[in-house]
Design a protein around this ligand. Sequence first.
Ligand code: SAM
Length: 280
Amino acid sequence: MLSYRHSFHAGNHADVLKHTVLTLCINYLKEKEKPFLYLDTHSGAGRYLLQSEYAEKTEEYLAGIGRIWLQDHCPELLMPYLSVLQYYNRTEKLKYYPGSPLIAKQMLREQDKLNLTELHSTDYPLLRQEFIKDKRAKVLKEDGFQQLKSKLPPESRRGIILIDPSYEIKDDYQNLPKALLEGYKRFATGSYLIWYPVINRSQTQRMINQITNSGIRNILQIELAIKPDNNQKGMTASGMIVINPPWKLQQQMATILPWLREKLDPSNIGHGLIEQLVAE
Ligand code: SAM
């Protein structure tokens, strides 16, 4: 049984990084009129109330989006992300944090499609409710990894695939590269966005090595650490592995990441990293 609830973590530093990358990738695909598929394998509940007992228990959002929201002089490239937050928060008070499905819901166009999967028995109905009137979306209580086999390639032959497990099940570290390869074999031109935490560096690195040694081309890594690696409990860093990134993404993140680091790692003890791991 799954016990991870993203509501404890919504809006933390990892979400800020992940959702910034996501919004830049979505905007890139929107540069062409042609439709595309947004496939979100591990969707979560969609919307998170920041004044809930969950969010207030950890207050992770205060050290994440809380440090960025209402800042003057944000980099222009953060505006797509911040505009979505403004859409869901009509006043200056940050009440809701939109998860990846709601970010996509707001940014995608009429011609685009969403395929969302979530297995948690409490979060799935919440997610389904968010999309009940949205004809573009299919919301399924199915295994997200399986979607990479069954839903690819998309009819439109264009797509963003967000793979964002909780890694609550340790097998996720092994299952992810296998499932990814199944998707890539079917749809080698899609943009795959894979989120990873750094809790145990060697465990994360093993998964990244498996991906980079799989034959998949054009892999970019983006990481933001708010602390040095250590042996204690808790996440010190998170990152995105992006396969077939939009050509602008590396440069865009090189502009944004130092600013994000300044806000999210004010003691300057972590690091930022942008690296092309495998060439085109
Ligand atoms: N992508 C979301 C976002 O950015 O707002 C957050 C997702 S959260 C990190 C991971 C979610 O995956 C959890 O809600 C968990 O219940 C769900 N989950 C875990 N294993 C799954 C699986 N095999 N298939 C689909 N969902 C799964």
